[in-house]
Design a binder for this molecule. Structure first.
Ligand code: HPA
Ligand code: ZN
Length: 349
């Protein structure tokens, strides 16, 4: 019997993280420091009290605190610090490439200009890349609890940044129940007309039908979460045949009560169905774990094999937005890592 894959071995896997919200990387300590720096009052006295407040019954209970938390972000320097710190954590997890989301409307609705938010995040990511050697993309998400006209206004403001390649596509997040993807058909048609990459949160709390309409009406290239797609076998076959990436977030699913415990997580069924699943942190500061913590927790709960973990890492590189040369370079490094693992396994058996 080969030994179980260790945390260090999973850290060494060359992998991409494709579903992580920059606002969701705001740890309580930084929230308190930014509140102090900006002269803002928070209802919590210390980091331990903030963490204790992170007990969620569902997605909406999380979102209420998440929008509240991001309220401490006001200045260019705040956004630089947030993004650069996220890059440092990605590097510490052995993530070689990170694709980040952010919610422009969560900031512009509070009066922070789009350019301050986006310019600060981009500066922080560029500094992070220089210091920690991780490549990145940045994708603005539209808030699905707000009207589509609000989303279209945001897209028009973002248009120069999207067209010259500073931003890398369009996503959709926030409250899912009762907000089906088709409400954003015009916004996604706008993005499609401009040849932009498209992704959307779907099948996290919402039904399989929302995954189908994200695919058919929004024309997405990836699905964020997608767990409930499993309720529709014909849809699962289509997603597998099309090679649509699913950015799965086990600790998020646990903390938002999509699953009662990680041993009940559907990742095994997703892998067995041939879906291009990947593992991600989602909102690590709120859900108690980074990308690597998700690897370790789900590998332990489901007793994933070395081969399963290699598949998850390979999927993440394949369905990423990396250019073909960088993708090939990381896939070659992953193959070398797999070869070394096979030698160790051979020696163990
Ligand atoms: N789901 C929906 N919206 C979100 C999430 C999530 O997990 N995180 C941040 N916004
Ligand atoms: Zn998410």
């Amino acid at each position: 019997m080969p030994a179980r894959p260790t945390r260090d071995w999973m850290r060494g896997l060359p992998k991409a993280e494709l579903h992580v919200h920059l606002e969701g990387t705001l740890e309580p300590e930084m929230m308190l420091a930014l509140a102090r720096r900006n002269g803002l009052a928070l209802p919590w006295p210390d980091a331990a009290t903030i963490r204790a407040a992170y007990a969620f019954g569902n997605l909406q209970e999380f979102l209420d605190l998440y929008y509240r938390g991001m309220g401490v972000l006001l200045t260019h320097a705040d956004y630089v610090d947030l993004a650069c710190t996220a890059m440092e954590r990605a590097a510490a997890d052995g993530v070689v490439h990170a694709e980040f989301f952010y919610d422009p409307q969560g900031h512009t609705s509070r009066g922070v200009p789009f350019d301050v938010v986006t310019g600060g995040l981009l500066a922080g990511l560029a500094e992070g890349e220089r210091r920690f050697g991780v490549s990145w993309r940045l994708i603005p998400n539209l808030l699905r609890h707000l009207p589509e006209d609000d989303a279209l206004t945001t897209l028009r403001v973002a248009e120069p940044w999207l067209l010259d390649g500073r931003l890398h596509g369009v996503g959709l997040d926030s409250s899912e129940r009762d907000f089906p993807p088709e409400r954003f058909a015009r916004a996604y048609a706008w993005a499609a007309e401009r040849g932009l990459f498209r992704t959307a949160h779907a099948g996290e709390e919402g039904p399989a039908a929302y995954v189908a309409t994200a695919l058919d009406v929004l024309g997405v290239h990836r699905i964020d979460h997608g767990n409930r797609a499993l309720e529709d076998p014909a849809l699962v076959s289509r997603l597998a045949a099309l090679g649509i990436g699913l950015t799965v977030c086990p600790l998020s699913n646990l903390r938002l009560r999509g699953v009662a415990c990680l041993t009940e997580h559907p990742l095994r069924q997703m892998l067995d169905a041939g879906l291009k699943v990947t593992l991600n942190g989602d909102d690590p500061a709120y859900f108690g774990g980074t990308c690597l913590d998700n690897f370790v927790a789900i590998a332990d709960a489901l007793e994933l094999s070395v081969a399963d973990l290699l598949t998850l890492a390979r999927n993440s590189l394949e369905v990423s937005l990396l250019d073909p040369a960088a993708k090939a370079r990381h896939l070659t490094a992953l193959a070398a890592y797999a070869g070394a693992a096979a030698l160790v396994e051979g020696a163990d058996t």
